[in-house]
Design a protein around this ligand. Structure first.
Ligand SMILES: Nc1ncnc2c1ncn2[C@@H]1O[C@H](COP(=O)(O)OP(=O)(O)OP(=O)(O)O)[C@@H](O)[C@H]1O
Length: 239
């Protein structure tokens, strides 16, 4: 279980995440939504050690991980993908995932390659292993990010926006892959997404942030009917 209690992250006077507490169970798929600037990516950065929280604690299976370095947190079982795919364009798809295994996980080259092939097959990129990353379309880059995130055999994968810019068919493939990460690998998914249909139809639970604060935490149906959530989104519409 991933548990956060009273997590706050301030950048100078700006409180980007404000006293947020939540739990994510094993094998749960949880969405994280909120208007632009609500603090979603900052919360991911706090969990993964990129920007340690100013206050509050984060626990993985009862062990406190607050303030650990990103590579240490990654090795304890929390992996992530990034909003902008962070891949090395000139290397091949296989090499990209292998490098993640060697440097991120301390694997030997042969172990990293075996695991990379398995994870690339899992996300459906087995036919593309020899292609240059720069030649992949956006959807395949997102799948590649997921394969890289699986390298450390995590218990939790934090996914920062995979939906934007994809066709409906591509979005369905990505969503199916996320759900298979849970059903076939037993990994929990914590997923930031702006495409509401995707997140409403695929998650067990949704946490809503607005101006750094958690304003809702419930089933997709509950969140959809929540007055505060509706107001937060209406208030965020630019006219
Ligand atoms: N490194 C930083 N330094 C200063 N301010 C930051 C930093 N990172 C984020 N912020 C600020 O924190 C607030 C929350 O930003 P964050 O990126 O977490 O929101 P978000 O919900 O992920 O937004 P979006 O949906 O647009 O990606 C914003 O006001 C942002 O400008």
């Amino acid at each position: 279980m991933l548990r956060a209690t009273g997590v706050t992250k301030a950048f100078g006077g700006l409180v980007a995440v404000d006293d947020v507490s939540f739990e994510i169970d094993d094998e749960e798929v949880v969405g994280l939504i909120g208007p632009n600037g609500a603090g979603k990516t900052t919360l991911f950065n706090a969990i993964t050690g990129v920007y340690p929280p100013t206050e509050g604690e984060i626990y993985l299976n009862g062990t406190e991980i607050t303030g650990m370095k990103p590579h240490e947190i990654s090795r304890t079982g929390v992996a992530r993908t990034f909003q902008t795919a962070r891949t090395f364009n000139e290397s091949t798809v296989l090499e990209n995932v292998v490098v993640g295994g060697i440097f991120g996980n301390g694997d030997s080259r042969s172990a990293a390659e075996e695991r990379a092939r398995q994870n690339l097959a899992f996300v459906g990129l087995d036919d593309a292993i020899d292609e240059e990353v720069g030649a992949l379309n956006l959807a395949d880059r997102k799948l590649l990010e997921l394969a890289r995130a699986l390298t450390t055999e995590p218990e939790f994968v934090l996914v920062d926006e995979i939906g934007s810019g994809l066709t409906p068919a591509e979005l369905e493939t990505l969503t199916d892959t996320l759900l298979r990460i849970r059903s076939e690998r037993g990994i929990s998914v914590f997923w930031i997404e702006h495409i509401m249909d995707a997140i409403m139809g695929s998650t067990d639970r949704i946490i809503v942030l607005n101006q750094g604060e958690k304003i809702a935490d419930g089933t997709p149906e509950e969140v959809q009917q929540n007055q505060q959530v509706e107001e937060a989104y209406l208030g965020g519409v630019e006219v």
